[in-house]
Ligand binder design. Structure first.
Ligand code: SF4
Ligand code: SF4
Length: 275
């Protein structure tokens, strides 16, 4: 027993201080929000479009746009570009409340979008229970979601927890491309969540089908099947991206992802009051 107590004392406090302190450091090879310097693109060039395995790069005027809801952040477009027009920043705040907001256009700044949802904050700001549904995922998004429950991140300190039954949940967190075998299960699970409820789609597969888009065995993600409240891109999204998305969505941190002294910094209007 004394040995255990000694070991615990030696370990000290292991939970990240984020968002009260700086966020945990990201791995060197981390690729975050892309930026596109459209002025560099010679007319007719399509090397990045041809290199993208996910079909995430599209023509945008003389240059291109990148759909981060489809992107798997492999870096092939950055490598293929002979002019250095595409680069991936370390910006981990990638979420959007609308699908269009996931598309990065030439010249767009890599800063985060404001994803605060006043209604969600009013109802779930202090307590959010989510049922995670893996709808045919590879287990990477699931792993990076599950790790938030460990001592290193301690998601529960924000009142956010994953629960076993949709009857006990306030919403769904969906991962995977929604295989045909999981489609009915996903829809039934959504129906079992009492209203008001929210839907968060996490990872390229759940947003757009990702690399499985267009395959006959999948539905191309949850988009179009469920009313999505929050999109969290990545393949998989880093746990920091998922945590930042949840906290800013609920107003637990400000638009910049930082927590103000004293806790919640964004006022949520009472339920029923117009925005
Ligand atoms: S990083 Fe994204 S946009 Fe670029 S090639 Fe890979 S999947 Fe396509
Ligand atoms: S980003 Fe690079 S590869 Fe893509 S169109 Fe522009 S110059 Fe060509």
């Amino acid at each position: 027993m004394l040995r255990i107590i000694r070991a615990r004392l030696r370990q000290g406090h292991r939970t990240t201080r984020y968002p009260a302190g700086p966020p945990p450091s990201l791995p060197e090879r981390y690729a975050g929000m892309p930026v596109i310097d459209g002025a560099e693109c010679p007319s007719g060039c399509s090397r990045c479009i041809d290199a993208c395995p996910a079909g995430a790069v599209a023509r945008c005027g003389r240059s291109v746009s990148i759909d981060t809801g489809m992107c798997v952040f492999c870096g092939a477009c950055e490598t293929a570009c002979p002019r250095g027009a595409i680069s991936f920043t370390r910006e981990h705040r990638l979420a959007s409340r609308d699908r269009e907001g996931l598309i990065v256009k030439p010249g767009a700044a890599p800063g985060p979008r404001d994803i605060f949802d006043a209604k969600a904050a009013a109802v779930f700001g202090r307590s959010l229970k989510l049922r995670q549904v893996s709808a045919g995922g590879c287990n990477a998004c699931e792993a990076d979601t599950n790790v938030l429950g460990t001592v290193g991140w301690d998601l529960g300190r924000f009142g956010i927890q994953f629960v076993a039954s949709p009857r006990h949940a306030d919403g769904l967190l969906v991962t995977g491309p929604v295989t045909l075998n999981m489609r009915e299960a996903l829809l039934s699970t959504y129906d079992a969540v009492p209203e008001p409820r929210i839907v968060i789609v996490t990872g390229a597969c759940a947003i757009s089908g990702g690399l499985f888009r267009g395959m006959p065995a999948t539905s191309g993600g949850a988009e179009g099947l469920l009313p999505v409240d929050l999109y969290i891109p990545g393949c998989p999204p880093h746990p920091l991206t998922i945590l930042d998305s949840l906290l800013r969505f609920l107003g637990r941190t400000g638009p910049d992802g930082r927590k103000a002294p004293g806790g919640r910094i964004r006022a949520a209007k009472p339920v029923g009051e117009p925005e």
